[in-house]
Ligand binder design. Structure first.
Ligand code: ATP
Ligand code: MG
Length: 457
């Protein structure tokens, strides 16, 4: 099964739509020209907003942020029908997308404003803040409109593609920003902010990417080469959801990619086997599984190499739950403090009783020391420490390139400390989860449970 390939789909936005905008550099510290807003963070005093470059009024942000956030269900994402979408169904997808995104962006802007002022004034965090302001400003002109002609739908889709591209590097940039701000904000506060922020981001991107994929697989715009997923030519796809996803194929492909990284970095190529029921298929979002599998395999491969056990294969077991489900096969429950605390944004599956799949990744990497174990779910916690790979001043483009591994498909083996917590956020998004069992001195078992998203008609 050892294929030497990259993950199947590198999720990029269609070329024609990704003219990235160059933003003016953010103003540093306390130079906000915007009006003051109530401070929701600890103090009753008013304080200035972080420096912002896009024109969105405080009133608009406050109004949108006060609206309830539609809790997304998978049924929402597939309700416009199977591709190729008719023109009418395409408009309905566009209008539904438009009804969701401004509220989500405004809530993120509010959350960033509620960080300590010195933190959101950090150039990296401020860049993310400005990206949100900018994206909201590009959506606002569409707000009170109904998309009902092809020209408008095309322009709206290009706004979405720009939005997705604008936020592509959010994770490495935030990571760098919080690293630079570690004197001003505690690790639990960072984890609390990031957990909510990155979980919401999963949903926001999914909404935008779903419409982009449906656009290119719709009757009026059919263009397989421009689609971010192969849905037009792949009958099992509805937008970014594969209704017959093979976890074994994805995991195998990701393992090949991670082995390539190991070969480059360590000159060693660990091997792996896939057992259990590799022929299993279920409905899921392939790019989410690719992200999680890559992160878990990077951890397992790195540990195996560092523990000098490369002759022992990493064993990946695919275990589908029986259709009459009952409790999941994996009953290993992580301690309460290990569970993701912010599940409110999780997407509802189509069918609560849809059977899931558990993927166990077993390595002989020596396990995790007891004193390390309590920290592994915190953002930014890592035991990887190599000056060459992670320059401490964090200022060069190279450093950013290296830490971009967490944004998916990067080419470093470790270093950011985002792999486990973010993988868990992705797994929990559809009601699954991750549990880890360390046998210190021997190896680690990671159980990734993915809840099937249900039967899609
Ligand atoms: N399979 C494993 N075997 C041994 N240690 C592990 C394993 N998985 C995770 N760890 C430990 O948990 C820590 C946190 O893992 P996590 O994936 O979140 O971050 P990272 O691998 O250090 O960096 P990255 O953001 O690139 O993933 C690791 O640094 C490592 O010490
Ligand atoms: Mg990792």
């Amino acid at each position: 099964m050892n294929a030497k390939r990259r993950p199947l789909r590198c999720f990029t936005t269609p070329n024609a739509l990704t003219n990235k905008r160059v933003f003016p550099p953010p103003t540093r510290f306390l130079s906000s020209s915007q009006s003051h807003a109530p401070d929701h963070h600890k103090s009753a005093h008013k304080r200035p907003h972080p420096p912002g470059t896009a024109v969105v009024t405080d009133d608009e942000i406050a109004k949108l942020a006060s609206k309830p956030q539609h809790s997304l269900s998978l049924a929402d994402l597939v309700k416009h029908g199977r591709p190729p979408l008719s023109t009418e169904a395409l408009y309905s997808s566009a209008n539904f997308t438009l009804s969701l995104l401004p509220i989500r962006l405004a809530k993120r802007i509010q959350a960033l404003r509620n960080l300590p002022f010195i933190v959101v004034s950090n150039p990296n965090i401020n860049k993310i803040y400005n990206n949100y302001l900018h994206s909201l400003s590009t959506l606002l002109p569409w707000q009170h409109r109904t998309i009902s002609n092809l020209d408008a739908e095309i322009r709206f889709t290009s706004v979405l593609a720009e939005l997705v591209a604008t936020h592509d590097q959010t994770i490495p940039i935030l990571a760098k920003g919080f690293l630079e701000c570690r004197r001003y904000i505690s690790p639990p506060e960072v984890t609390k902010f990031l957990d909510t922020h990155l979980r919401t981001r999963i949903g926001t991107r999914l909404i935008a990417e779903q419409h982009i994929a449906l656009h290119y697989s719709s009757a009026p715009h059919f263009d397989p080469s421009a689609s971010p997923t192969p849905c037009p030519e792949h009958p099992t796809y509805i937008g970014v959801i594969d209704t017959a996803l093979s976890p074994a194929a994805i995991v195998d492909s990701c393992a090949g990619f991670v082995a390539d990284i190991c070969e480059l970095k360590y000159g060693v190529r660990p091997h792996w086997t896939i057992d259990g029921e590799p022929e299993t298929t279920f409905a899921f979002v392939p790019m989410h599984l690719e992200y999680i599998a890559t992160e878990l395999l990077k951890n397992a491969f790195r540990a195996t190499i560092e523990n000098r056990q490369t002759r022992e294969p990493i064993v990946i077991t695919i275990a589908p739950e029986p259709p009459d489900a009952g409790p999941p096969r994996v009953t290993l429950d992580p301690p309460a403090e290990d569970k993701g605390a912010f599940k409110s944004d999780a997407i509802k599956p189509l069918d609560d009783n849809a059977p899931g799949v558990t993927i166990r990744i077993r390595d002989r990497g020596g396990g995790i020391a007891p004193e390390v174990l309590p920290n592994i779910w915190s953002y930014s916690f890592t035991t990887f420490n190599e000056e060459d790979d992670f320059p401490s001043d964090g200022s060069s483009q190279d450093a950013l390139g290296i830490i971009s591994s967490a944004s998916g498909g990067g080419s470093s083996i470790a270093g950011l400390g985002y792999g486990l917590p973010l993988s868990r956020a992705y797994a929990e998004y559809f009601g699954g989860g991750i549990a880890l069992q360390s046998l210190y001195g021997w190896g680690t078992d990671v159980y990734l449970r993915l809840k099937g998203v249900g039967k899609i008609q």
